[in-house]
Structures are given as structure tokens and as C-alpha cells.
Design a protein around this ligand. Structure first.
Ligand SMILES: [Zn+2]
Length: 193
């Protein structure tokens, strides 16, 4: 793939960018800090010192923290029974229909989608790959990402764009391989026609 962007969501949120088949390195090999794109001017303070960075919403610790806070505030959730909540718990409970877990991940998808739309407008990639534990809940996450990408990036840039997830096996091989299951669920092509 000549031009692609890998978005990874783990303890933080980052991006790897491939332009013309080469990894885009930037100054001092620092680049792709999409986690520090501001998505909410009145959001929480980020470890970088600024406020409302993507990473304050779309990173594993931030997701779990928000779910825990909402439960403490009295919102109902099947996760309330758990003493220790992990990102896997949030995903599995969301997939099992827990509304709080589900809405939390939709929010993450919306904000990720906004930041991804910005990178699409900047780099016009052929492919966007999403990696991280949250891809367990791709059926919840991807529609939210797709909606935002379609609304916020140029139609000519996203009309043939492939957006897919990188599975753990491929991740272990350190490659972008993702076509082992290239059915409609595993990737979306944001064709508008
Ligand atoms: Zn930040």
C-alpha cells in the first residue's frame, strides 16, 4: 500500500503514516501525534499539558476511567458489578448490549473519526488501519468512525478509502496485513454512491 495511516489506540493514541511506500518520519522521528489533536476545548487536561486532546477520550485508560466515573455517578451498567474494569470488559459488555458501555464506545468512535478525517484531508491515504483492543467492538466503533469520516473529510478522498482493523496476529508480525478476513464487517469502503 503506497499511502496508508495506522491509527493505534492503546495507553495513548498515535498514528503511523506511510507516504509513497515510505514511513513518514518527521523531525527527530516524531510524527503522527493524532492523540494530541484537540477535540474538545473544554475537555480534560492531557498529560501533554493541553486540554481536550483526543487521547483524553480515545485511549484505553481514558475509556475505562469514564465508564467508572459514570457508574460512580449512578448510571446503570452491567459493569457496575465488576470490581476491576478493563477495556476488554467495556467492549464485551457493549457487544452484549450494555447501553453505557456501548455509548462510551460510540463517543470514542465519533472522536476518533473526527481526528481520522483530519488526517485523511491532510494525507489522502488509500487505507486507514485501526489497531487496539477497542477493535474487539468493531461493530459499534466502525459505524461511528465511518459516519464522522464521511461527514468531515473530502468526498473525493474518502470515496474509495478502505478502513480496516489490524488483528492481533498481524500486529505480532509487525505488518499491516489485514486481509485475512476481508469481508464487509472487517473493513469498510466509504463509497458514497
Ligand atoms: Zn495532549
Amino acid at each position: 500500500m503506497q499511502d496508508s495511516i495506522l491509527v493505534s489506540v492503546h495507553r495513548g493514541t498515535g498514528a503511523g503514516i506511510i507516504v509513497n511506500g515510505q514511513v513518514f518520519l518527521g523531525h527527530n522521528r516524531n510524527v503522527g501525534e493524532i492523540g494530541h489533536i484537540q477535540i474538545d476545548p473544554l475537555g480534560e487536561q492531557c498529560q501533554c499539558g493541553n486540554f481536550g486532546c483526543l487521547e483524553t477520550v480515545a485511549a484505553n485508560p481514558a475509556i475505562v476511567k469514564r465508564v467508572r466515573t459514570l457508574i460512580e455517578q449512578g448510571y446503570e451498567s452491567t459493569l457496575a458489578l465488576k470490581e476491576h474494569i478493563t477495556i476488554e470488559d467495556v467492549c464485551s459488555h457493549a457487544l452484549n448490549g450494555d447501553e453505557l458501555a456501548k455509548q462510551s464506545l460510540v463517543r470514542v468512535g465519533n472522536q476518533l473519526g473526527k481526528a481520522i478525517a483530519i488526517t485523511i484531508n491532510l494525507f489522502n491515504p488509500q487505507k486507514v488501519i485501526i489497531a487496539g483492543d477497542i477493535t474487539m467492538a468493531k461493530d459499534i466503533l466502525f459505524p461511528a468512525i465511518r459516519r464522522n469520516v464521511e461527514n468531515q473529510s473530502l468526498t473525493t478522498f474518502h470515496s474509495d478509502l478502505h478502513c480496516c482493523l489490524r488483528d492481533r496476529q498481524a500486529a505480532n508480525h509487525g505488518c499491516f496485513r489485514d486481509d485475512q478476513e476481508s469481508d464487509a464487517q472487517r473493513r469498510f469502503v466509504t463509497k458514497t454512491t
